[in-house]
Structures are given as C-alpha cells and as structure tokens.
Design a protein around this ligand. Sequence first.
Ligand SMILES: *[C@@H]1O[C@H](CO)[C@@H](O)[C@H](O)[C@H]1NC(C)=O
Length: 370
Amino acid sequence: MRTAIFQYILFLASRDVTSSDAEAVYAQLQQWYDESTGLWQGQWWNSGSCISTIANLATIDGNLKNDIVSVMENSFANAPKTYPNFLSKSVIPSSHPLTHTTDKATPRSYYDDDGWWALALLSAYDLTRNTAYLTSATAIFTSMRSTFGSTPCSSNSGAQGGIWWDKDHTYINAIPNELFLSVAAHLANRAGDGGEYRDLARRQWEWFRGTGLINQGNTINDGLDPGSCANNGGVVWTYNQGVILGALVELSSATGDASLLSTVGSIASAAIAQLSDSDGILHEPCESYAEGCDTDRTQFKGIFARNLARLGRAGGGDYGDFLRRNAESVWGSSNDGDGVLGVNWAGPFGGGNASTTCSGLDVLVAALGT
Ligand SMILES: *[C@@H]1O[C@H](CO)[C@@H](O)[C@H](O)[C@H]1NC(C)=O
C-alpha cells in the first residue's frame, strides 16, 4: 500500500509536461512583456532570444500562434526605438529603457547581441514567411560581417574567418562567432540562391574548428587569449554548446554534408555529460557561484535545449529522454506554482523573472517538439 502511494506521488511529481503547461509558462512570461519597448523586462539580447523561444512555441501549439505573431510584430516595430535596425550601440540615450544593469553602467555594443536579433527575425520569418523579417535579418548580418576575417586571430587557423565580440574590439570569443555562423547558414537556406552565405558559413566553420575553441573534451570554452589567439580555457557555458548545434544543422542542410551532424553530435553528448548532474539535469556553471547567475547567464540553458532539439529533429541523435527529464524537472521542481520558472532546473524554486522563465520555457518547448 505504502509503495503504491509512494509511486503515485512520484508519478505526479514527474509526469510528462504538456502544452497546457507551456501555455501557463507563456502566460506568466507575458507579465514582463512591455508593449512600448517590445522587450521583456527591458532586456535587450535576452528578448531577441526569447522571440525565438516563442516562435518555436507557436509551431507546436496552434492555440498561441496568433498571439505570438502579434507579440513578434510588436517587438519588431518597437525594439528599434532602443537600437535602430536592431544594431546595438555604445551610446545609449538618457531615456533608454534598458534595465540591464551592466549595459547601463558601461554601455557597450556587441555583435552577439545583434546576432540574437537576426536569429529572432529568422525564426519569425520561418513562422510567418513575412519577407520583411528576412530582409532585416540580412541587414544585421551585413553589419556583423564588417569585421569578418580581419581580427588579430583571424589567420591563426586554416581558414581566414572570425569576428569580434564587441564593437570596441576588446575580445574574440565563441558566442558571436557561433551566431555569425548560424545566421550565415540560415541565410544560405533562405536568401536568394544562398551561395554567398553558404561559402561564408563554411569558411567560418573551418576557421572556428581551427581556432581550438573546441577543446580536447569536445566542449567549447568561452574565447581566445588576445595575445596568443589560443583557447583561453574560459568557462564552458551551456549556450556555447548550443548555438553551434543549430548552426551546423543549417550548414549541413545548405551543403548536403551529413557528417557535420555527427561532428556536432559529439559536442552535444560531451556537453550533456559534463554539464548535467547525476540525475541528468542540466546546470549552468554559475549556479554554484556565490553570486549566482546574472541575467545574461540565466538565459543560457534554454538556448542549449532549443538547439539540441533542433539537432535531434535533423537526425543528429536522440535527445528526447534528456529533454523530457529536464522539462519535467523545471516544471515540477523549479516552478512558483503558476508557471514562473527558476534558474536551477533541479529546484528548488528560488525566484524567477523573464530570463529564467523564458529559458525554462525553451526546454518545455524542446521536449514537446521532440
Ligand atoms: C533574474 O533572476 C536571476 C536568478 O535568480 C537573478 O540573478 C537576476 O538578477 C534576475 N534578473 C532580473 C532582471 O530580475
């Protein structure tokens, strides 16, 4: 008898997530959406990433499609009030609505931020086929391309490639370079004949592999040492293991080279092995830091989950169990009870906001779409 009750409780605690769970999370997320800025809690790149999350949600849940399409339209109309043409700038007007504290203190501008918005526009294009979104994404890519192949670390590898992290040219790291590759590869499959983008994406991938950013253990460190251009051994953040997966799914489809999927499949498996706990739940390294994870970092795990699902759907491995386990865990153990999700997917819930909730929504959507 006791055993039966215990098992029933376990069953309740770990039931599969459903689309009505994702709808509840989406409803909570929207409490932070500001119609006038088109951003969630005034966060810039996080909002671009979150648009990709809800685009995926719309594809698996028709109930939400109209609502999500109008949120996107609103964001694409109003976000450029913060940064015209979605291109981040070092000079922020005093009326600037961003609440992101580090941006406020030291306004800087980043090519990766622009890349998130390019991917947001591409996910909206995929959902709606509105070519205006494709045109805007292409214009962002043109700006990202302005430093392509001309950084101090651009020729330390077989191919001449690579872009800077920031427009002040202080660092060359994985994330803007993965995003550049991903946007190029997406455009290769969507814009015109795509040949130019396909060649850029191929060259960027050759460069990226040659830099040593992918370490011996098949995971990706944060960036390059500015002096030697070698892998700087920086933190293995989850999103750097994620963006590359979606990028190579697109490149594989642009080139017909299926071996790219197994190459990134080993990055996916290494990341799952290295960044999950003994229950198979994914963690961001900063979750164990005394200061916790800042608003940038609380977004990262969802990005990994989103791209992992993409790799799985493309035939690059079976990640269904991993994604469902993580979705069940964040929904069951890191939830305020109404669908606000927290940063630690294993729980307990310790507060949540737009970044943590949208990131958790990513893994729910990834599990539901796998
Ligand atoms: C969101 O929550 C995380 C984790 O609790 C916290 O570190 C971050 O500062 C919060 N961000 C905002 C904008 O409230």
